[in-house]
Design a protein around this ligand. Structure first.
Ligand code: TRP
Length: 318
């Protein structure tokens, strides 16, 4: 079906069980985009990007499966969004190579992600160094108009724009310049200790947590005794309810941390339950995941292959 809607595309690395920080920081916006019906949406698991650090075949397969299961459980619908994995569309790596040939090393060395990697380790793979060119290929192959990402990915989208401009200058008008769509500041979701929610800090609330797991996580939230309002409880609560909704509850329970935590447990459970049910149902239905990926691969390949054919002509290999 030919669609004239603008294209939205985003990607995420498979990294393990999702927590509510991943959801509010990124995935929720994808579902919202799908449901507003303004865009033709492409959402991918960037397994070739992840290959820079997941170098174990079984783990790669499991994490990819887990991420697609998460996509489906949160409400991404393969009928309405194209859900696929990067490696299923070989044109991504082909285009990344072409971009490598028109990109300079000093330019890639200025990327924040590269500088961070360099600060942490002297041994950086060529794949990590070239990361922005594969990402530029991911985006530009689909004539993407908007890229919904967190603030941390803004520079990468600028790299994609710059690369599109450079290619167009050298080989003629070929690529659309994509716009980043930076997701709102909830992008920093606080964890149970008040720091950014992150697996490496052990302060997460799993997105598909059982009632018991929710209770355990909420009871572990660090509260600052003496404060009228337990800020770390409130910050997580704010993800689920508006200030106006929370105001009376927190006013009525000033200093009563236990009661506020119980209210948060209840609200989290109400919010998580439908996603948890879908997630659990998918455990016995792995074909739903396989089918989503194969349908998505087909749709993504059709679009990407048409584009790469134009690119091949533009550079003169076809
Ligand atoms: N670099 C992104 C991240 O780490 C993932 C990503 C890869 C991506 N390719 C993309 C995001 C294309 C948006 C569009 O989160």
């Amino acid at each position: 079906m030919e669609s004239s809607k603008p294209i939205s595309l985003s990607g995420i690395k498979p990294t393990g069980t999702a927590h509510i920080g991943n959801y509010f920081g990124a995935l929720k916006q994808w579902v919202d985009f799908q449901n507003t019906d303004l865009y033709d949406n492409y959402y991918m698991v960037v397994d070739y990007h992840a290959l820079n650090f997941i170098q174990n075949a079984n783990q790669m397969r499991e994490l990819t499966h887990e991420l697609v299961r998460t996509f489906l459980a949160i409400g991404l619908d393969p009928e309405r969004s194209t859900i696929f994995k990067q490696s299923d569309v070989p044109a991504h790596t082909e285009l990344a190579w072409i971009f490598d040939t028109i990109t300079t090393m000093p330019y890639l060395m200025r990327a924040h992600a590269f500088k961070d990697a360099e600060a942490k380790s002297a041994e950086i793979s060529v794949g990590t160094f070239n990361y922005p060119m594969l990402m530029a290929a991911d985006i530009l192959l689909y004539d993407t108009n908007v890229v919904p990402v967190g603030q941390d990915q803004k520079q990468h989208v600028e790299y994609a724009r710059d690369t599109a401009e450079k290619f167009n200058r050298i080989f003629g008008d070929t690529f659309i310049l994509p716009e980043p769509k930076i997701m709102p500041e909830v992008a920093i979701v606080p964890g149970t200790d008040g720091r950014k929610m992150s697996k490496s800090y052990g302060n997460t609330i799993p997105l598909f947590a059982s009632r018991d797991e929710i209770t355990e996580a909420v009871m572990s939230i660090v509260t600052d005794s003496g404060a009228a309002r337990p800020e770390n409880v409130y910050a997580i609560h704010r993800l689920l309810k508006t200030e106006a909704e929370l105001e009376p509850l927190y006013a009525a329970n000033e200093g009563k941390y236990q009661a506020l935590k119980l209210a948060l447990i209840e609200d989290l459970d109400v919010f998580i339950a439908p996603m948890r049910e879908r997630y659990e149902a998918l455990a016995t239905n792995p074909t739903a995941i396989i089918d989503a990926l194969s349908a998505g691969a087909e749709k993504a390949r059709a679009r990407a292959n048409a584009k790469i054919a134009t690119v091949r002509k533009a550079v003169g290999v076809a």
